[in-house]
Design a binder for this molecule. Structure first.
Ligand code: UD1
Length: 367
């Protein structure tokens, strides 16, 4: 059985890694790997392939950046000939990025079965580009693998047949659990200590890249108001996404950020170093989806700078709290978390490192 597996952007890499490894361990599946090239910088892409032991892609479509329409269309145009030539039995897509929907559409229009890993998540916020990608990809998929119960419920509510839906746990957590020990050996904290970024009293980790937060000057400034206060008592380590780096300059916020002496802007960092940072942080502030889940497993308090989450289990039983972008709300939650007023989090069901194994079992049975 031939399966074309698709990755495009940074959060896809840790999801595909355990599946590629699982295919290798089992017989019966011939995998091909396609990288759309949506993310292309060494630090946004190649580094992750090396660290996670993902095989060299069989095809790199080298699409790069563009508007949503251009990026999606270019991926479709470049992906179609690959499917036509290799005639896979199925195409497998992960997550919710433009590469996910673009390749999904190509597959189903050619009559090839579509598998969606990380299906059913819904923020119910259609202004998020990822929400559109999620809803559309799920509606055309033949097999849908969910990370949490809410994903199954959302799909059933949308009328997806129950025999297409499987709750299998989370491939991204497979990767986290299998790399945690290696990540603990990362020297990033020593390096940052030498560079004067740490003071021995712990630190916060920050990531920001959602268009709703970093494309809008007023919202970005409100977040900076909160960070200005936090960095007075806790150094903040901030690996900066390329979109955010660009916007700091174009929105005229670079000088303001430079004035915050304890807010340390870093280049994007690799998987193992970032895992070490998360695991060692006193608190994480983020607008990412995956980090809400990783901090839940690491049991580190996470403040999500958004009003909604498509990953409700992280807030229901995990260590995640939605705090929006109002500085007072962020600071109140920050103070509660630092003084230990934080419910002991639980690990969501099936987030046990065996999701890829369950998925491959089902693929071998169903396809
Ligand atoms: C994309 C995903 C988002 C995911 C995020 C993770 C969509 C709609 N969005 O957002 O869901 O959370 O990836 O990072 O698919 N750039 C570089 N180097 C790179 C890649 C991008 O410099 O390797 C810059 C480009 O200037 C580009 C900008 O970052 O214009 C944004 O990249 P893009 O792929 O459009 O979206 P992300 O914001 O990364």
């Amino acid at each position: 059985m031939k399966i074309v597996n698709v990755v495009g952007a940074r959060p896809n890499f840790m999801k595909i890694a355990p599946l590629m490894a699982e295919y290798r361990r089992r017989s019966g599946i011939e995998p091909l790997l396609v990288h759309t090239g949506q993310h292309y910088d060494e630090k946004m892409s190649d580094l992750f392939f090396r660290e996670l032991g993902i095989p060299e892609p069989d095809f790199n479509l080298e699409i790069g950046s563009g508007s949503h329409a251009v990026q999606t269309a270019e991926i479709m145009k470049a992906f179609e000939p690959v499917v036509l030539e290799h005639k896979p039995d199925a195409v497998l897509v992960v997550g919710d990025v433009n590469s996910t929907i673009a390749c999904g559409l190509v597959a189903v229009k050619l009559g090839v079965k579509l598998i969606h890993v990380e299906a059913g998540l819904r923020s119910f916020d259609r202004t998020m580009p990822e929400e559109i990608n999620r809803v559309l990809t799920d509606s055309i998929s033949d097999l849908l693998f969910c990370t949490e119960r809410a994903g199954v419920d959302n799909l059933l509510a949308e009328g997806v047949a129950s025999d297409k839906i499987h709750l299998t746990g989370h491939v991204m957590i497979d990767t986290l659990l299998s790399h945690l020990e290696r990540a603990q050996q990362s020297t990033i904290l020593d390096d940052l200590q030498r560079q004067g970024c740490l003071n021995g009293d712990g630190f916060a980790v920050l990531t920001l890249h959602r268009p709703s937060n970093v494309d809008d000057r007023e919202t970005f400034s409100r977040i900076l108001d909160a960070l200005e206060v936090i960095q007075r008592d806790l150094p903040i380590l901030f690996p900066v996404h390329p979109r955010t780096r660009k916007n700091l300059a174009t929105l005229g916020l670079q000088t303001r950020v430079d004035a915050l002496v304890n807010l340390h802007l870093l280049d994007p960092i690799g998987y193992l170093d970032f895992l070490k940072l998360q695991a060692s942080a006193r608190i994480v502030l983020t607008d990412s989806g995956g980090i809400q889940e990783e901090t839940t497993v690491l049991k580190v308090p996470c403040l999500t700078l958004r009003e909604n989450t498509e990953r409700p289990v992280t807030a229901e039983i995990g260590s995640n709290q939605m705090v929006g972008t109002d500085p007072d709300r962020i600071l109140a939650a920050y103070r509660r978390a630092l003084c230990g007023d934080w419910r002991a989090p639980q690990i969501p069901p099936l987030w046990d490192g065996k999701a890829a194994e369950r998925i491959v079992d089902i693929l071998l049975e169903k396809l």
